[in-house]
Ligand binder design. Structure first.
Ligand code: FPP
Length: 246
């Protein structure tokens, strides 16, 4: 495995873009691309487990995806329901804990019950936390967190907002990957990606394989993470810092 001597990011987040184009290139309906996307996602979960990644967060349906053609929206809802019944036993066997992140009220009662059941049945697992963002938007998350604090009469600070976010159960992503060649965040993890390393892959999501993940991990290893500090500070060669310590 190419990443064996490399630092593995603890939390990897992915915008799984390109299913529609993958299908169009094969003269297939868009939903066929999403189905292939589920296979790619299963493969990616296995690859994350093999590499010791602790948290995987994926963007499966955005707050804005309701604006797609009705047959694609209903197809994605059906695919979610089908994937839950098909994949949860295998995820459970692999030690994966599932969380669904997003506004659930607009989803059908059947889908909501499926999400709750999947979370409950995997709650004891610890090998990989798998966040599936569904009916999720970064702006939605910031707004719902602020609303929660305001309704409790709590002060809005960076820390209190952070704790009220739907992603508060995991640390911020270290590496954020977007497939499909577009160079934007599209309302994904706007708050949490403040210091994530961003990797854009030209591969369409159904083609994102283990080698592509290893390429992203290799890219991550070329980055110096400074979190607002200088390069000298993070490498421990800051003369001013040394002078102060002395
Ligand atoms: C973006 O590609 C992809 C989505 C909006 C859906 C992502 C969903 C999956 C990978 C399947 C897993 C989902 C469930 C329901 C478990 P696009 O359709 O925008 O691709 P395009 O840019 O080529 O049109």
């Amino acid at each position: 495995m190419a990443s064996s001597r490399l630092t593995v990011p603890h939390h990897v987040a992915i915008v799984m873009d390109g299913n529609g184009r993958w299908a169009s290139q094969r003269f297939l309906p868009r939903i066929a691309g999403h189905k292939q996307g589920v296979d790619s996602l299963n493969r990616c979960v296995r690859a994350c487990l093999e590499r010791g990644i602790g948290v995987l967060t994926v963007f499966a349906f955005s707050s804005e995806n309701w604006n797609r053609p009705p047959e694609e929206v209903s197809g994605l809802m059906e695919l979610l329901a089908l994937s839950l019944s098909r994949e949860v036993p295998s995820l459970n066997a692999q030690g994966v804990r599932i969380h669904f992140v997003g506004a659930r009220q607009r989803l059908s009662e059947k889908v909501q019950a499926g999400l709750a059941q999947a979370e409950l049945s995997t709650a004891g697992n610890q090998r990989l936390i798998f966040n599936v963002c569904f009916n999720y938007g970064g702006r939605w998350d910031i707004a719902q967190a602020a609303h929660k604090l305001a309704s409790r009469g709590e002060a809005i600070t960076e820390l209190s907002l952070d704790r009220a976010m739907a992603m508060a159960h995991v640390p911020d992503p270290d590496l954020l990957i977007r497939t499909g060649g577009e160079l934007r965040l599209s309302n994904f993890l706007l708050w949490q990606a403040a210091y994530s390393e961003l990797h854009f892959s030209s591969k369409l999501w159904p083609e994102f394989d283990d080698a592509a993940l290893d390429e992203a991990i290799a890219f991550f290893n070329t980055r110096e993470r400074r979190f607002g500090q200088t390069s000298a500070q993070v490498s421990g060669h800051d003369k001013n810092q040394d002078a102060r310590v002395v």
